[in-house]
Write a protein that binds this ligand. Structure first.
Ligand code: NAI
Ligand code: UGA
Length: 435
């Protein structure tokens, strides 16, 4: 099948390469010429495990091309819209500028029978509005909303073998459903469940799923706050409640909380949209979810002050990990970068290291200091902060770090280390939610 993928960022680039691996012919379109140049050379413009290999193989088939010209989407039968929907400046709402611009630019190149498939995360009501625009301007072209559930760091596997497909289709959606079934034939044959529903339900499934995940994280972080005042241990608490199959242990890792280009902006956009719909009470709890999440960052900064005698001014602070989670170079709304920036504002000499995130972090916070190795970051440190739990930081040997630091103080922002190991090596170990 001939497909176009419009928007080749974290979602679209992976989607394009994966669709080729399923046997389709794909043109990827993006307005960013640098991104398109890298992709056309077979280079992944961001870090995502498995993507470089997949891209090289896909380029080798001759069935993957990239362009900045939306006219090159003409001829494809299915057009995936994967552009960004960031938070609007000065508001909680989603900025739909890119979705609207991409669909408007695509319409002149559509033919009757073509299917536009929205994959971006949008406020409920967006699909119906775009469907009306498409129907008015290209009779016979169709729209489906097929939200994406991939996680960065596992994007390739999540795209090829998702937990489920959700198709939001119009009332007589059989043609749209048949086209999507052809696109995803391989995973469907392997038994992946698919839910065919209306636009509004499909849009809500996506924000409901992310809201649930964010709520689960903030729930355990609220318990961490209680553990801190009672002397209890949030990691053991999570293990214990997680053994109840109805609760489950996944997404109960307490620590610095959630960041990234999705959970924070999605819960805020959900609240903003519910407000517009007069249903703000229904998701009012998300305000608390957001507030608990922000408080964890503040608590980490306070802990850094506490272990430094009340002030970090003039102190050398090593920050291990700056991305919003391991196995990604993404620093959008990164809790780690936020904490590092707050400490720098308080006068600390912050030395940041990260395996993949330094370039992106430097673009956002050029005034902070970035170094390539743990040895450089921790040299002479008054405190070491583990803020993103990359494997190499989880595996650090305290005896090795002892040689570099000025004070053996470690703050584990992700509950990723074994306190007994660090204490046995003579370190003062502090964490969020456990003693
Ligand atoms: N990053 C992720 O893990 C996931 C993201 N999503 C959703 O997917 C959407 C995209 O997210 P990301 O890929 O992370 O964003 P991103 O910012 O990495 O990529 C968006 C891309 O769209 C391009 N673009 C903007 N306007 C365009 C236009 N008019 N025509 C063509 N290209 C255009 C940008 O240049 C950029 O490369 C968002 O709605 C997000 O919430 C959903 C699931 C997972
Ligand atoms: O809509 C999206 O874009 C995606 O958002 C999240 O995926 P992602 O942002 O890649 O990352 P997650 O693995 O969900 O982690 C999000 C944040 O929560 C934090 N987290 C996660 C799990 C946990 O137990 N504790 C915790 O603090 C992570 O450190 C990270 O900062 C969802 O997991 C995906 O299903 C969804 O498709």
């Amino acid at each position: 099948m001939q497909l176009s993928v419009i928007g080749c960022g974290y979602l679209g680039a992976v989607h394009a390469a994966c669709m080729v691996s399923l046997g389709h012919e794909v043109v990827g379109i993006d307005v960013d010429p640098d991104k398109i140049k890298a992709l056309a050379n077979g280079d992944a413009p961001f870090f995502e495990p498995g993507l470089p290999e997949l891209l090289r193989t896909a380029m080798g088939t001759g069935r993957l091309s990239f362009s900045t010209d939306i006219a090159d989407a003409h001829g494809a039968q299915v057009h995936f819209v994967c552009v960004g929907t960031p938070q609007k400046a000065g508001s909680n709402a989603a900025d739909l500028t890119y979705v609207d611009a991409s669909v408007t630019s695509l319409i002149p190149h559509l033919r009757a029978g073509d299917l536009v498939v929205g994959k971006s995360t949008v406020p409920v009501g967006t699909a119906a509005r775009l469907a009306a625009q498409i129907a008015a301007e290209t009779p016979g072209a169709m729209l489906a909303w097929n939200p994406e559930f991939l996680r960065e760091g596992y994007a390739v596997q999540d795209t090829l073998t998702p937990d489920r497909f959700v198709y939001g289709v119009p009332e007589d959606g059989s043609a749209a459903t048949a086209l999507l079934d052809t696109v995803y034939a391989q995973a469907l044959a392997a038994g992946t469940p698919r839910i065919v529903t209306d636009y509004a339900t499909a849009e809500l499934v996506k924000v409901a799923a992310n809201s649930f995940l964010a709520t689960k994280i903030s729930f355990i972080n609220a318990m961490a706050e209680l553990c801190e005042v009672t002397g209890a241990d949030v990691t053991e608490l999570a293990d214990a409640i997680g053994l109840d199959e109805r609760i489950g242990r996944r997404f109960l890792n307490a620590g610095l909380g959630f960041g990234g280009g999705c959970l924070p902006k999605d819960i805020r956009a959900f609240m903003a949209r519910a407000d517009e719909l007069g249903a703000d009470q229904a998701v009012g709890f998300l305000r608390e979810v957001d507030a608990i999440n922000t408080r964890r960052r503040v608590r980490m900064v306070d802990l850094a002050r506490e272990v430094n005698g009340g002030s970090v001014e003039g102190k050398r602070i090593a920050v291990l990990g700056v991305t919003f989670k391991p196995n990604s170079d993404d620093v959008r709304d990164s809790p780690a970068l936020d904490v590092a920036a707050q400490l720098a504002r308080l006068g600390a000499h912050v030395m940041i290291t990260d395996p993949e995130g330094i370039d992106n972090a430097r673009r956002r916070h050029p005034h902070l200091t970035y170094v390539s190795t743990v040895a450089e970051a921790t040299a002479g440190a008054d405190a070491v902060l583990l803020l993103t739990e990359w494997r190499e930081y989880r595996d650090l040997d305290p005896a090795v770090l002892t040689k570099f630091v000025s004070s053996r103080t470690i703050l584990d922002g992700r509950n990723a280390l074994d306190p007994a190991v660090w204490r046995a090596a003579g370190w003062s170990y502090r964490a969020l939610g456990r003693q």
